[in-house]
Design a protein around this ligand. Sequence first.
Ligand SMILES: C[S@@+](CC[C@H](N)C(=O)[O-])C[C@H]1O[C@@H](n2cnc3c(N)ncnc32)[C@H](O)[C@@H]1O
Length: 234
Amino acid sequence: MKTKGRLYGIGVGPGDPELLTLKALRLLQAAPVVAYQSATNRESVARAIVAPYLTGNQIEVPFHLPRALEPETAEAIYDREVAPIAEHLAAGRDVVVLCEGDPFFYGSFMYVFTRLSEQYETEVVPGVSSLMACPVALGVPFTYYNDILTVLPAPMPAEALTTQLLTTDAAAIIKLGRHFTKVRDILHQLGLASRARYIERATTARQRIVSLDEVDPAEVPYFSMIIIPTKMRL
Ligand SMILES: C[S@@+](CC[C@H](N)C(=O)[O-])C[C@H]1O[C@@H](n2cnc3c(N)ncnc32)[C@H](O)[C@@H]1O
């Protein structure tokens, strides 16, 4: 007899509900419990993506893992937020945890995984990551042959960003938000601004593509990215 539930971490893709995998859809619709990251008073991005597929009979478990916390504070909060998921698993109910994009590419699911995967049988389903979706939405071939691709979180110090950008062929700069001006200035200094492409909310109904100089730094959403495609062309 099954005594514990199974934990599933499923990637729900970058925004377009049609970019969910068949496997993620099957597991989502079979699960009695669906959990997702949801900031206080804001709709969960991951839940909104799968909303057309929810059965209406599922228990929903929102959790909130605030960003930019000191590690000691974060640990206690994350333990507390993940606890309701563990309670469902302990009671024998399978839980699907939704994760925007891919679960293991800077995904919120990793904080659930590190806490519960040793105790409960766990399966992780990859998703279409924003790293793949943004260059396609922009229509820019990203990397060829032996190009080096570097993913750079915008909160990094300016010197470190500069060093990395000088040594890579192509780059994706994520988590822009309030760091946009710093990144744009570095790209201008390095002569990369004309090659850089900006996109927000890729693949959603609110997708927006504008040139770097048209971006209002005060309005840059968290779900935005700068892509610097490789120079190679054949
Ligand atoms: C914490 S990471 C999560 C990445 C996610 N797991 C994935 O695979 O796409 C969040 C960052 O991914 C990027 N991102 C995610 N979805 C996006 C989208 N639809 N459009 C543009 N950027 C996106 C943004 O740079 C955002 O700051």
